[in-house]
Design a protein around this ligand. Structure first.
Ligand code: GLN
Length: 238
């Protein structure tokens, strides 16, 4: 049987800051280069998400206004989303999308109720945390690098961060932890797009999706010379 991975891109019109769409193209390419089928479906705000269709789901970054629209929409599907996550579905959530995974995102007196998929919450702080960022994660050898721009500060409960901050801010003003990892969920403030210059993380996500679906991943190595050069260059910027 030929292997095949289906990726759901949730609300690309609303959550697509700093080229988050590039993450989808990166995942698809890394599958087709290995002769693994790649299918992408964009899900728009007027559609229901059929989580059982997908191996990987991506939630990109968005402004506070757009986050609110998305959260209101997904509130109706909280149970299905939770079931996807608990069953090991792969979810990559970036910045605005990442903030929505928690209990809430507090903006002054306004509280956007989160999806409660991960034990964390976010509060808007004084000023924005902006700049190039590099982190070191336990899940991949290579440092992960990207760009962050967020007013929200995220605080983790009983879950692990994606990595330790080497340069930049990360989850909040303490400049210690960045992102979250819970089951096969990766949440992060790294935009950029994130995956093309962090091939180790791309393959981590693809492996998790393939293992869940087929029991093993067996990803053949790719020539990542250019991707690694991009990673090194981006690290120097941070
Ligand atoms: N609205 C969120 C914040 O400012 C997320 C922004 C983003 O996705 N870049 O914290």
């Amino acid at each position: 049987m030929e292997k095949h991975v289906k990726i759901g891109h949730l609300y690309p019109d609303l959550l697509n800051l700093y080229g988050d769409r590039g993450n989808i193209r990166c995942l698809s390419k890394r599958l087709t280069w290995r002769n693994i089928g790649a299918e992408v479906k964009e899900v728009h705000i007027d559609e229901n998400v059929n989580f059982s269709e997908y191996d990987i789901v991506l939630l990109g970054g968005g402004s506070d206004r757009e986050q609110k629209l998305v959260c209101d929409r997904l509130a109706a599907q909280k149970k299905e989303f939770k079931a996807f996550v608990e069953d090991g579905g792969v979810l990559i959530a970036i910045c605005g999308g990442y903030q929505l995974l928690g209990a809430y995102y507090q903006i002054g007196k306004d509280k956007i109720q989160g999806l409660e998929l991960v034990d964390m919450y976010t509060k808007q702080g004084e000023g924005r945390l902006i700049g190039n960022i590099t982190i070191q994660s336990d899940i991949v050898k290579m440092p992960l690098t990207g760009f962050e721009n967020h007013g929200g500060r995220t605080y983790l409960g009983d879950v692990e961060p994606l990595g330790k901050v080497i340069h930049g801010f990360g989850n909040n003003d303490s400049k210690e932890a960045e992102g979250v990892i819970y089951k096969n969920v990766v949440g992060t403030y790294l935009h950029g797009p994130l995956l093309p210059k962090n091939p180790g993380l791309s393959d981590y996500l693809l492996s998790k999706a393939l293992e869940r679906k087929y029991g093993d991943a067996n990803l053949t190595p790719l020539d990542d010379k250019e991707e690694l050069m991009a990673n090194e260059y981006a690290q120097k910027l941070s």
